[in-house]
Design a protein around this ligand. Structure first.
Ligand SMILES: NC(=O)c1ccc[n+]([C@@H]2O[C@H](COP(=O)([O-])OP(=O)(O)OC[C@H]3O[C@@H](n4cnc5c(N)ncnc54)[C@H](O)[C@@H]3O)[C@@H](O)[C@H]2O)c1
Length: 665
């Protein structure tokens, strides 16, 4: 059977043979055994509803086994035989091009070269799922293949509920992931609902078909590291020979040394898992591998003396470095952490003083003891950081819940007011005021032809557009414009394309609209094939997350999620090809609501109307909310936008003098 025929058949009419899972597959960890016996029966009953009754007896035993062995029912048997990767758009069997574009993006998220645990349909972040099981994948692809441009597919946490009549202007797909009633949003609720097969953790771009591999995170991390140095160094001072200390060489944290090199400093990145460190070294993402403290200190001193641009992986615990560098009086200019503290008790954070193997044993056999060790370690970790910051180090939380978990562990991490943390999150200090409040965020595109030449052309188009805009940009955003022009100029050189021909580029509303408009024109002229636009959810307007994307909102509204919900609804009727809204992602289940979109540019005049309408809103919705929260950069940006766009009328805050409030209560 051809690839097209297999897509069109959906769930095969004959029960496929049981599959052997490839030995070298990177498998998802066994999930918590959380269901009661009755609930396990319910989970199997739920899984069997995808299949005809004649198969139930055989599949029931197999699915029960999967539940016992892996904590989930993935339906491995139904994974298709064909190769999984983003094919050129015309290879998809589809009645409308928009649906074909979505199929391409789904397959990219499941490509073994891109996905973290492809057998379990996990794209990144350990639990960022595209689907819960292979039956959902097969059905979804079939629906996309048969849908017309007057139908919309509803996706409930990976489950395709069905095609509903809509209109040409409506999104082709509406995705919700992990949306639960707020009182049922603890991490164990996720374990339970996911094991039952009724909800999933979509992370951000996993469950919304918009992941583009590591370049997304490299660009964001580079911008963060460069701007963190700007906070520490005097104007014009070089980053050469200056130290950035951090931890984690995993899925996303592995971007840190590469970003450090692009920013031009000495990066030291601790990683307790030797395999993770070696992998990043082999991939060329980190320059030097060191496995003992003495060698690390010597290598760092050498790098300082020679003002080298170099990244060093230290196989060991990051707390040991913070403590040793304090004793050695090695000055750290900027410090952060990207261990997986959003999941502290299951291997996200390894406590100091224990070997990697011993920690893993405790996680399995003595989880309560492990928890105590993690908390002790976090207190030591914070104390060492405090000693460095007293000497002048700039420390920031990198959105991994470090400060949150350290505070829960009783570490000395609170500000004198007892409410705030002693250190800022990277969004509070860096990305929020310097990027999001002006509308700059992780815009991205994928060339649906699959041709590298198309990507080259889009890079060139985007660079010219930004240069053109920069010529008339106000002083306030010149630095950001220049950083983004530099990024796109060198993007190809950084060789970061994995899977689809994709590019990320921080841009503001005007930049995104003008770049998209120029792409659409190039498509109409036949210079390039169709292009899919999107963005990371980690952006200006898409995400409400009080300790990350909206941590620089100070009017008390950072625990609300109106912005993310308004955004997904607003994008959906302004021309998005698909929209998504998720609970969880990055900082953990129940901690964030985040949304995104995808939009196909096909060179038509309709696409031109859609892109302007939607991209304008997709950025300015968030700037409006940020300006209402009195953020000065956002006030500047929204006033400028209102001057440019008379139809935009945003409620502006009146600022209150401190004196007016001081003696009121
Ligand atoms: N701010 C952002 O833009 C952003 C982006 C990506 C990830 N994050 C957050 O960063 C965290 C890391 O993400 P990831 O995908 O790289 O996770 P990951 O689990 O793949 O990697 C984390 C790594 O840290 C290592 N580690 C744990 N404890 C350690 C310790 N004490 N010392 C040294 N190494 C240790 C682990 O072995 C692991 O390899 C997550 O919490 C994620 O949500 C934030």
């Amino acid at each position: 059977m051809t690839f097209q025929e297999q897509i069109l058949q959906g769930i095969p009419p004959v029960l496929p043979a049981k599959r052997e899972i490839p030995k070298d597959a990177n498998r998802a960890p066994k999930r918590k055994d959380i269901l009661t016996v009755e609930e396990k029966q319910l989970a199997v009953r739920n899984a069997l509803r995808y299949f005809p009754k004649e198969w139930h007896k055989e599949l029931a035993v197999e699915f029960a086994q999967e539940l016992n062995d892996f904590g989930r029912i993935y339906m491995y048997r139904f994974k298709p035989e064909y190769k999984m990767y983003a094919r050129p758009i015309e290879e998809y069997p589809a009645k409308c091009k928009q649906a074909a574009a979505i199929m391409l993006m789904i397959q990219n998220n499941l490509d073994p070269a891109v996905a973290q645990h492809p057998e379990e349909l996990i794209t990144y972040g350990g639990n960022g799922a595209v689907f819960q099981n292979w039956a959902q994948y097969l059905l979804t692809m079939q629906y996309l293949a048969i849908m017309t441009d007057e139908q919309t597919l509803n996706m409930y946490s990976g489950h395709p509920m069905g095609l509903f009549p809509s209109s040409k202007e409506a999104p082709r797909v509406v995705v919700t992931n992990g949306m639960v009633i707020p009182n049922y949003s603890s991490p164990d609720h996720w374990e339970k609902f996911n094991a039952l097969g009724v909800s999933q953790y979509g992370q951000m771009t996993a469950g919304s078909y918009m992941y583009i591999g590591p370049q997304g995170i490299v660009h964001g991390t580079t911008i963060t590291v460069m701007n963190a140095f700007r906070k520490k160094l005097s104007k014009g001072e070089s980053t050469k020979g200056k130290i950035f200390l951090t931890a984690g060489l995993g899925g996303m944290s592995g971007a840190q040394p590469k970003a450090g090199n692009i920013a031009g400093c000495i990066t030291i990145c601790a990683e307790v898992n030797p395999k993770a460190a070696q992998k990043r070294h082999q991939q060329g993402w980190v320059d030097v591998l060191v496995d003992n403290m003495e060698a690390l200190v010597a290598r760092v001193k050498q790098a300082q003396a020679n003002e080298e641009v170099v990244s060093i992986a230290y196989i060991g615990n990051v707390v040991d470095i913070w403590e040793q560098f304090d004793k050695e009086n090695i000055f750290i200019h900027i410090g952060s952490d990207q261990t997986s503290l959003h999941i502290p008790w299951t291997g996200g954070y390894y406590p100091v003083g224990l070997s990697y193997e011993e920690s893993n044993r405790l996680i399995r056999e003595e989880p309560e003891v492990f928890k105590v060790k993690v908390q002790e370690s976090l207190r030591r970790h914070a104390a060492a950081i405090n000693r460095h910051t007293a000497k002048g180090t700039y420390f920031f939380d990198y959105g991994n819940a470090f400060l949150l978990e350290a505070s829960r562990a009783g570490a000395d991490i609170m500000a004198p007011n007892g409410i705030d943390f002693r250190y800022p999150s990277y969004v509070q200090d860096i990305l929020g005021p310097m990027c999001f409040d002006y509308g700059f965020g992780p815009f991205r595109w994928v060339c649906a032809s699959g041709k590298p030449e198309d990507l080259d052309q889009t890079d060139a188009i985007a660079m010219h557009v930004l240069e053109d805009i920069m010529a008339n940009s106000p002083e306030e955003i010149q630095l950001q414009m220049q950083d983004n022009i530099t990024w796109i100029r060198d993007a190809k050189k950084n060789k970061m394309v994995v899977g689809s021909q994709a590019r990320i580029l921080y841009a503001d509303a005007l930049g995104r609209m003008r770049i998209a408009e120029a792409f659409n024109k190039a498509i109409a002229q036949g210079k390039i094939g169709p292009v899919v636009l999107g963005r990371d959810h980690h952006d200006v307007s898409g995400t409400d997350s009080p300790y990350r994307e909206t941590s620089n909102i100070y009017d008390g509204s950072k625990f609300t999620a109106d912005m993310a919900i308004q955004n997904v609804i607003g994008d959906s009727f302004r021309g998005a090809t698909w929209v998504s809204i998720h609970n969880g992602g990055g900082v953990g289940w129940g901690e964030v609501i985040n949304g995104g979109f995808g939009m196909l540019l096909d060179g038509t005049p309709e696409a031109d109307v859609r892109l302007k309408r939607m991209l304008f809103y997709d950025v300015n919705n968030g700037i409006a909310r940020r300006s209402w929260a009195r953020n000065s950069e956002a006030l500047f940006a929204i006033k400028r936008e209102m001057e440019r766009t008379p139809e935009l009328k945003v409620t502006l805050p009146n600022l209150v003098d401190d004196d007016t409030l001081s003696n009121l209560f």
